[in-house]
Design a protein around this ligand. Structure first.
Ligand SMILES: *[C@@H]1O[C@H](CO)[C@@H](O)[C@H](O)[C@H]1NC(C)=O
Ligand SMILES: *[C@@H]1O[C@H](CO)[C@@H](O)[C@H](O)[C@H]1NC(C)=O
Length: 331
């Protein structure tokens, strides 16, 4: 159950000795300790450098992947310079409250392989954006592809005995992570997927997740933690994708997964280095809250007190009943 725990202590100490000019950064590393034991020294250094990426709108795609599907704009007549511009062109065809005319994009950015197709940006409409039509994938593929989920699209349910927690996936921020969920949907089961740790917000945060007692940062930490590893299926470690400052309702990986968390509070005190791939719909946070109050037993991991559920909560992944989907929690 325990996550990787690096030797940040000794590493950091040596670093201060040798590069004392950067000692302020090292101090920040200590301040930002998270309750997951996923601290390694280099991670933290990178974190400080790209601390604010989350503020920009995400527009990420996946290299070496070509989506198929009906074209709404032909790449032969539409060229751009970067995959981000292609993604933005697709997003521009979404209205705020309606469906997206474009829900996927395919860009040719491989200087060596694209030839005359270099810069082509195809805007496409997938029949089922949670099960996109893939033409080809693999190192030799020169295309980069991405998905855009408009309002009410790309919502999955984490079904538990306490209710279905609906989550809105964020393919423009975490495309590889979202692709893992499309694979889980195709598998049609998630044997072994469960929530095993549950901690309420205590008195450090209010019901909206706001940090009201800055002197307290846990335990309890205000989170659910579990695993999305499927029995008998090898889990391929996820790359680091967009890592925002953690807010109430965010769902992200611990390190490269398969362990994940759902946050019950705004955790500005954690370093923003956890890939966030979804938000819980606002009206389903009550189920998350209820699970956080189930009976637990205290345990200590690397000096941090954690609350392990006496009975882990099994998760099934499904498509929610589309008739009652409302707006998502904005974080
Ligand atoms: C792409 O870059 C070239 C050269 O930097 C520039 O001339 C052109 O206007 C750019 N195209 C777009 C669509 O931004
Ligand atoms: C949460 O728990 C309370 C108390 O047991 C219950 O009344 C309520 O219906 C639960 N909420 C949901 C969404 O299941």
């Amino acid at each position: 159950m325990r996550r990787k725990h690096g030797d940040s202590d000794t590493g950091c100490r040596q670093w201060v000795v040798f590069w004392s000019v950067l000692s302020a950064t090292c101090l920040a590393v200590y301040v930002f300790l998270s309750p997951f034991f996923y601290e390694t020294f280099t991670d933290n250094l990178q974190m400080v450098v790209k601390l604010r990426e989350d503020k920009a709108d995400c527009c990420r795609g996946m290299d070496h992947l070509e989506y198929w599907g009906r074209a709404v704009k032909w790449g032969s007549e539409h060229q751009v310079n970067t995959s981000q511009e292609c993604c933005a062109a697709c997003k521009a065809l979404c209205t705020d409250d309606g469906p997206c005319q474009c829900n996927s994009w395919v860009f040719c950015g491989d200087q060596a392989r694209c030839g005359p197709k270099l810069g082509q940006c195809w805007l496409k409409k997938q029949e089922d954006p949670l099960n996109p039509d893939v033409q080809e994938s693999g190192e030799q593929v020169m295309w980069t592809s991405g998905l855009i989920f408009g309002k009410d699209v790309g919502i999955l349910a984490l079904e538990t005995e306490h209710g279905a927690i609906r989550i809105k996936l964020l393919p423009d921020c975490a495309p590889w992570s979202v692709q893992y969920f499309t694979e889980l949907l195709r598998l049609r089961h998630c044997a072994g997927c469960q929530i095993y740790r549950a901690e309420a917000r205590g008195s450090a945060w209010d019901a909206y997740g706001k940090h009201i007692n800055k002197a307290l940062t846990g335990p309890p930490y205000g989170l659910l933690q579990g695993t999305l590893a499927v029995q008998a299926v090898t889990f391929k470690e996820m790359p680091v994708e967009a890592c925002p400052v953690i807010a109430r309702g965010m769902v992200g990986w611990i390190g490269g997964g398969p362990d994940f968390f759902i946050s019950l509070a705004n955790h500005r005190e954690w370093s923003p280095k956890f890939t966030v791939f979804a938000h819980v719909l606002a009206e389903d946070m009550e189920i998350v809250e209820n699970i956080s109050l189930l009976p637990t037993t205290a345990s200590v991991w690397s000096g941090v007190t954690v609350a392990m559920l006496n009975e882990p909560v099994s998760i099934k992944i499904g498509r929610p009943d589309s008739s009652n989907i409302a707006e998502v929690v904005s974080g």
